[in-house]
Design a protein around this ligand. Sequence first.
Ligand SMILES: NC(=O)c1ccc[n+]([C@@H]2O[C@H](COP(=O)([O-])OP(=O)(O)OC[C@H]3O[C@@H](n4cnc5c(N)ncnc54)[C@H](O)[C@@H]3O)[C@@H](O)[C@H]2O)c1
Length: 422
Amino acid sequence: MERRTVEQTTGCGLGGRAAVSPNIAIIGCGNRGADVYAALLPEYGSRVGWLVEANPVRLAEVAGRHGLGPQQCFAHWDEFFALGRVADAVVIATPDGQHVEPCVRALALGYDVLLEKPVCLNEAELDVLLRAEASSGGQVSVCHVLRATPFFRAVREVLDSGVLGQLIGIQHAENVAFWHYAHSYVRGNWRQSPPAAPFLLAKSCHDLDLLRWFVGARPQRIASEGGLRYFRPEHAPAGAAARCVECPLSDCPYDARRIYSAFAPDQWPTSVVTAGGVALDTALREGPYGECVYLGNNNVVDHQAVTATFQNGVTAQLTVSAFTHNNTRTLKLLGSHGELRGHMERGELELYDFRTGQAEVWTVATPGDRHGGGDTGLVIAWLRFLRREAEVPTPLTESLDSHRMAFVAERARLSGTVELLG
Ligand SMILES: NC(=O)c1ccc[n+]([C@@H]2O[C@H](COP(=O)([O-])OP(=O)(O)OC[C@H]3O[C@@H](n4cnc5c(N)ncnc54)[C@H](O)[C@@H]3O)[C@@H](O)[C@H]2O)c1
């Protein structure tokens, strides 16, 4: 068996800092807007010229980082859009339910938009976005960061090489990690749907997008099972307190003190808990991130499985679960002439060729943060598009299939039926 290590680039051909420096407006300056996009965009040759953020403390803090004055900072997008077209492009990184309106407004002014996923929370809004883009000079790119990772670009290269023969099926798992699930989906922003997107849409639309990208055909039939099995009051151990800081139990894997002290104060997810300069102890005493995982207000599923059949006959299974050790993706591409196995966190790929009986194992250098290099890859690709050096990284029309699959899968899960896509 051959073993090797490869440095896979982002595939976006950065080629050094560009001369043209697009002036970008960021709407929603939270973790994604400020800590990812506003941090990365200047690194790769653009300027952050305008900020829109509803939280005044956060707005002032982020404005300070970028040296922006009050004329360039707004509490609501109404005030920013009232200026007309003043920037080169817009990033929209507001919470899930607040993507459609600013996107439509930005498109009406002809802006190119980098739009966070999920792009919308219901199927009717997919058409609203498509129509707005069709009548605009601007184009939307959806933040499907996995497509931009060195790891999944390497998977795609194996598929494109033809070595697997005909693609017959895909087995893909999104392993959320127990602590990440507790942070985001029991205690955090995505614990209740509505207002947040259903779990599959919020957590796995990147994975559904990957399936669609690998299969190369539109989805046709979807079945799904799953539910909120564990993070419920009946599973609270005897004596559990409403907050971890008051809880007498010492062996709870979901103890917020243990989870957040495992990370540096400025490292995600602890940085989310202490955003705005709140002390960790205060946040755990008073805020949602210190609540007992069994006694909270969460209602989203903690495990879900989806089976999809595509128009070219390929079938794919996606399993997404809270109950995993690692926060990673694992997959198998099952072909007529070979099998490819992948483990994203380790950057490991194993290719078995049925004709030769040979196996090859190699490692793709995969950064441990920023979505395995996907955030950086996406920013680079989008800036290349803004400079008209490349196509839009993930077009809205393609991304919408992943969203349709998520909406249909959620209906199938709730109704216990198999759903057809139109
Ligand atoms: N692409 C990815 O991999 C990825 C990863 C995580 C989150 N997301 C998505 O990115 C979006 C933002 O997530 P986040 O983690 O940054 O959340 P966040 O809560 O950290 O940030 C959202 C920010 O928007 C601000 N805001 C709320 N309403 C606003 C309004 N009307 N106008 C201006 N600002 C407003 C909030 O005050 C907050 O600062 C979500 O839709 C989320 O699902 C995408």
